[in-house]
Design a protein around this ligand. Sequence first.
Ligand code: ATP
Length: 234
Amino acid sequence: MLKLTNVETFYGQIQALKGIDLEVHEGKIITLLGANGAGKSTTMKTIAGLLKPKNGSIEFMGENITGLRPDQLLRKGISLVPEGRAILSSMTVLENLEMGAYQRKDKEVKEDIEDVMKRFPILKERQTQMAGTLSGGQQQMLAIARALLSKPKLILLDEPSMGLAPLIVADIFKIIKEIKEAGTTVLLVEQNAKQALKIADYGYVMETGKIIIEGSADSLLEDPRVVEAYLGRK
Ligand code: ATP
């Protein structure tokens, strides 16, 4: 579905991605792990069109999408939930959800907002409240719900559990599984490596702008290098 070949991305002179090869297969959860500064967010931003790769190519559904703008990629079915959520705090929950569907031309937006609210009952309860007054976990749910309203084929989730209490983190991981079950493919960046690998089908580990390990999620959970560096000794 998504294929990155030798992708290199720079911030000015600084090379953040040093030739990334990565594939996401339709219907799966793929997780991207690695320490702070490894280049995970840069990879997500490059896929979503917020950063343009200097070299390499990105293919989506058999089409070369290298260098397209975020709005063009959104129309093709790629939606990013950025790190830190980026919801519109001084708009209501409902207005935020409506914004998620702004580029759609079909008439089913209202029904879809109703559906999303069924999946996230707290957002229905709080629909007239300013988004900035929601708790961290509720804001993350809003950010995910808003992204789903663009009807993506592929959703990019950048550290969705960041800064949330353990019980809420469990809810977020459950929601990510449900997104896959509902037919949307997921690329997930996580610090929380163990939980990410438990729900993922396949994973990649990044270090200083490169992929250093890849494999099925089960194999990574057992890989001594992954256990040592990211899962902690038992
Ligand atoms: P984190 O989990 O901390 O976000 P990450 O793996 O997502 O880590 P990136 O944010 O992609 O890492 O950063 C990769 C590298 O690029 C780092 O060395 C970082 O310092 C650098 N970098 C990130 N953003 C910028 C920027 N706007 N300008 C210059 N360098 C940047």
